[in-house]
Design a protein around this ligand. Sequence first.
Ligand code: GLU
Length: 414
Amino acid sequence: MNPKDIADQQFDLAADHLDLDPSIRRFLKSPKNVIKVSLPVRMDDGSVQVFKGIRAQYNDALGPFKGGIRYHPAVTEDEVTALAAWMTWKCAVVDVPYGGGKGGVVCDTKELSIGEKERLTRRYTSAIAPHIGPSKDIPGPDMYTDAQTMAWIMDTYSQIKGERSLGVVTGKPVEVGGSHARSEATGRGVLVVAHEAFLAQGMDTEDVTIAIQGFGNVGSNVARLAEEIFQSARVVAISDVTGGVYNEDGLDHEELSAYVAENGGVAGFPEAKAVTNDELLTLDVDLLIPAAVESVITEENADEVQASIIVEAANGPTSPKADEILHEKGIPVIPDILANAGGVTVSYFEWVQGLYAFQWDEGEVRYMLERRMKRAFHAVHDIAEEEELPYRTAAYVLAVDRVSKAVDLLGIWP
Ligand code: GLU
């Protein structure tokens, strides 16, 4: 199913519930701008390749557009637009003063040298430079982009402007204006929200078993921090593009990370059974965390899910049909726009620090992140309880209400 159609369906459920005015509903279903650029890049062998880049700017009623940049061969305009819509609702749920945006470049980073990736990033930045800026649109990291990529973006934009612009991008390395605790922020936020959800559902928070799909920035930080947030938690299964591994006694994070660094993926990790990515999703665990790509829990497999609760670290991992099935089965789904909002929350702290040339320490950032994630969880939980809604629709109700009020206050110009 097309990701934009999924985003529209999720939005409609909340809009119906809010009995949203049809004019505002039409307004909120369209992106403000979708910028498409062609990026000629000199490759190491001397040839020139032309890559396709996109920046979708969905809605800026609450503040400048904000959202990551994704490098992936499967990037499409509809996917980037859906991701920009999800950023709009995500920023509203955690109450950071941003609209929603997202960027994408169609490329396979595994086939690019570091020099090629740098030249591609700089060319993409120069192509979208007229459309971004600290009070316009602030990119950040997403799949296959990292702190180094963000440093190149800041440098290129600053060179073009002739002045250092700390506020144009977030997720930068700490040495050049990044925030402490930004790289772990999405993973930490996922666990903080998961822990609150366990408490709110009256579930036991000890000896929790966890399966994580994905071992990128988010999945690996969730695995690393699981025992800090949930005492005596066991991460029993982890997968990535190479396959999955399962050990009912728990997987050792440090050993697994060292193995992945050497072998390029989790597949073949000793002292663990092999599982496929599909099998991982249906394991009998307490907590299932999809932390990879979109549309992995669908009507095909939702009925087989055995986890007690799903917390979405990835964007868009559950289809609307799967949502219905899981709701009927009584498995709560803590939605992406709440669960993985820790990344953009610390991005917001980083942006504020950049504007003031200031730096909070790691403890301060973690404290502020936890406080904001808990507050957002309880705001959503209260709506879910009062209105008898699944968590996803409750989160949308909160977000759509906030954004539509801002649209109404600003008015339609002229
Ligand atoms: N990629 C992150 C997300 O999907 C947001 C990046 C940012 O901080 O702008 O939430």
